[in-house]
Ligand binder design. Structure first.
Ligand code: NAP
Ligand code: ZN
Length: 348
């Protein structure tokens, strides 16, 4: 075992503080990664605060990890020392169930092993995430990062990128489709960039006018302030597809009528509290409400390659690790432009 520097929350709602974790010696198929950058996802905040009710402590968050391979196990064939690689939201899965066989490891029927706030395949060793200087991961769960992307800005692709890319692909968004993105935070701004690169006509639905210029700069054609009640009259039957990235509850019954007949809203935002739903907007136009969880390993690699080809990365605020608690407070206030990324060198 290797003592490794990290930042951890000792209990729900505690601030994050320096903490030493133990990383395993690399097994036959393991890659040891010196972490350079780690993005800060709102899921980190939800879990540190135990908002989903499944948190275990001490918790070292972080699932938008980019770093350099510094050591490999004896049978590793996909990566070599010196490669720049990424790790996303899970680090293992059963490999045997139907979803795993299909490359949809995030939906593993035996439980994907989350990068943090989870356990290894032994069912008991806790996993610790990317707010740390090193991580040891089986090569099958490690991604290759296109060489043209700046690494700090590419880190958020490992969660915010794939979480929004996957539904755009699954629902086959095509050029000219009118796509609505609810919430312009980490996920939302990636959704705008990705959907625009796919040729969609993107509209951002945001809770203020503050982010309007940015939304247009990221590729959106239109911007709607959802505090303006006219929105929900003017845009009825307008969208071919919507992604809801809001970290808090929205009134789904108010937003669903903005979809055309037969069209779908995919929820990726995972608020603390359940939503209530008036089913009439679904019934009256055979509209659909769906959910989606990150993306599998093959699709994550496809997304990274797509971002490499289209030069797509996140807009980031690079922070040192000691600013992490402040960053959480700002995310809670929807004041993030548009992803905090930790420079892990500040932890060394
Ligand atoms: P974020 O950077 O904090 O952005 C969330 C945005 O949602 C805010 O900037 C704000 O945008 C909007 N928002 C927040 N509270 C709202 C409310 N009460 N009503 C309406 N809009 C609200 O968060 P993120 O990292 O993008 O994550 C967003 C959500 O996705 C979180 O719940 C996170 O846990 C979840 N998530 C899910 C998956 C998955 O696989 N499904 C993966 C990653 C994250 P405006 O200022 O534009 O209104
Ligand atoms: Zn995330």
């Amino acid at each position: 075992m290797h003592p490794t520097k990290s930042y951890a929350a000792a209990a729900a709602n505690d601030p994050l503080n320096p903490y030493i974790i133990q990383r395993r010696e690399p097994g036959e198929y393991d890659v040891v990664i010196d972490i350079q950058y780690c993005g800060v996802c709102h899921s980190d905040v939800h879990q540190v605060r135990n908002e989903w009710g499944n948190s275990t402590f001490p918790m070292v968050p972080g699932h938008e990890i980019i770093g350099k391979v510094v050591k490999i196990g004896s049978s590793v064939s996909r990566y070599k020392v010196g490669d720049i690689v990424g790790v996303g939201c899970f680090v293992d899965s059963c490999c045997e169930c139907h979803p795993c066989q299909e490359g949809l490891q995030q939906y593993c029927e035996n439980g994907a092993n989350l990068t943090y706030n989870g356990v290894e395949r032994d069912g008991k060793t806790p996993t610790f995430g990317g707010y740390s200087t090193q991580i040891v991961v089986n090569e099958k769960y490690v991604l290759a990062i296109p060489s043209n992307l700046p690494l700090d800005q590419a880190a958020p692709l490992l969660c915010a990128g794939i979480t929004t890319y996957s539904p755009l692909r699954q629902w086959k968004v095509k050029p000219g489709d009118k796509v609505g993105i609810i919430g312009l935070g980490g996920l939302g701004h990636m959704a705008v960039k990705l959907a625009s690169a796919m040729g969609a006509e993107v509209t951002v639905l945001s809770t203020s006018n503050k982010k309007k210029e940015d939304a247009i700069r990221f590729g959106a054609k239109h911007f709607i302030n959802t505090k303006d009640s006219k929105t929900f009259v003017d845009y009825v039957n307008y969208f071919d597809f919507m992604i809801n990235t809001a970290a808090g509850n929205i009134d789904l019954s108010q937003y669903l009528p903005l979809l055309k007949l037969d069209k779908t809203m995919v929820c990726v935002g995972a608020p603390e509290h359940p939503s209530t739903l008036n089913v009439f907007p679904l019934i009256m136009k055979r509209r659909r409400l769906a959910g989606s969880l990150v993306g599998g390993i093959p699709e994550t690699q496809e997304m990274l390659n797509f971002c490499g080809e289209h030069n797509i990365t996140a807009e980031i605020e690079l922070i040192t690790i000691d600013k992490i608690n402040e960053a959480y407070e700002r995310m809670i206030k929807s004041d993030v432009r548009y992803r905090f990324v930790i420079d892990i060198n500040s932890l060394r």
